[in-house]
Design a binder for this molecule. Structure first.
Ligand SMILES: NC(=O)c1ccc[n+]([C@@H]2O[C@H](COP(=O)([O-])OP(=O)(O)OC[C@H]3O[C@@H](n4cnc5c(N)ncnc54)[C@H](O)[C@@H]3O)[C@@H](O)[C@H]2O)c1
Length: 263
């Protein structure tokens, strides 16, 4: 740990969803390293080792979209810090790769339940505490699919555009109460979600990396470090930001992913 970030989260209480893998796990590990106490939710929390940070990690296993999950997470916050909650990382999400003409109503509903409804319900449950405190920071994990169209991913694209909209709406609504709300939009990122794609379709993965201006996929740790910055006091004047953490992908007009002849 470098000295600049040491203790940046000392004494803070954070809630992280989707904490068992990928970006959420990296966020949780960085928070613990920087001194925070963390309530970590996932369907599977077995990858999180409580013994590395005694007394500062409480895991809550279960579906983030379950009706009782926001209250279960707040109850866990009380066991950690007496009820104060400084940061929420609304990160759990699922993919959906189905063309618009084929998607079934139950798949559409599931993507909206996990990616949108659960994130909104948790934001409002935790946001109520933050508004009462007069302080807090929320970070939503959107995607490049939150600002762009992708083929055969309509449910995912709609859900992540909703997260971008929710981020802006809550930032303007809760700003007067001292609560900041931001989002990251990861581009292609090495995580649990993308692991199978990289393993099963290496040529496709390489082609995707080749059109990233930085010529590689991002790391979950790189998404996490941006997320932690946006929720730290260093970013005290940043709210409503949609931060595209994508190696420059959003800056490239898609028509120019095909190289123009030079002569
Ligand atoms: N990896 C990428 O390339 C990429 C790109 C853009 C956006 N994202 C977003 O980043 C976020 C994190 O994904 P990741 O890439 O780290 O993937 P991941 O699969 O490694 O992690 C997602 C975690 O969320 C958990 N989860 C899924 N559904 C859940 C539920 N109903 N309740 C509780 N936990 C649940 C999973 O068990 C998993 O541990 C997601 O919102 C995803 O949409 C990822």
């Amino acid at each position: 740990m470098d000295d600049r970030t040491a203790g940046r989260y000392d004494g803070k209480v954070a809630v992280v969803t989707g904490a068992g893998s990928g970006i959420g796990r990296a966020i949780t590990e960085q928070l613990l390293r920087e001194g925070a106490s963390v309530v970590a939710n996932d369907l599977d929390v077995s990858a999180l080792a409580a013994d590395e940070s005694p007394g500062r990690l409480v895991t809550v296993a279960g579906d983030v979209s379950a009706d009782d999950m926001p209250q279960r997470l707040l109850d866990a916050v009380v066991t950690l810090g007496g009820g104060r909650v400084d940061v929420l990382f609304n990160n759990a999400g699922i993919g959906s790769a189905r063309p618009a003409l084929d998607i079934r109503p139950d798949e559409w509903r599931r993507v909206m339940d996990v990616n949108v409804d659960a994130a909104f319900r948790l934001a409002t449950t935790v946001g109520r505490v933050m508004v009462d405190q007069g302080a807090g920071a929320i970070l939503n994990t959107a995607s490049v699919a939150g600002t762009h169209g992708l083929p055969s991913r309509v449910a995912y694209v709609v859900s992540k555009h909703a997260i971008v909209g929710m981020t802006r709406a809550l930032a303007v609504e809760w700003g007067p109460s001292g609560v900041r709300v931001n989002a990251i939009c990861p581009g292609l990122t090495e995580s649990g979600m993308s692991e199978r794609l990289k393993r099963d379709s290496p040529d496709y993965w390489a082609a995707r990396e080749a059109v990233v201006p930085l010529r590689r996929a991002g790391l979950s740790a790189e998404q996490a470090s941006t997320a932690l910055f946006l929720c730290s006091d260093e970013a005290a004047y940043i709210s409503g930001m949609i931060a595209e953490v994508d190696g420059g992908t959003h800056a490239l007009y898609a028509g120019y992913t095909v190289q123009r002849p030079t002569s």
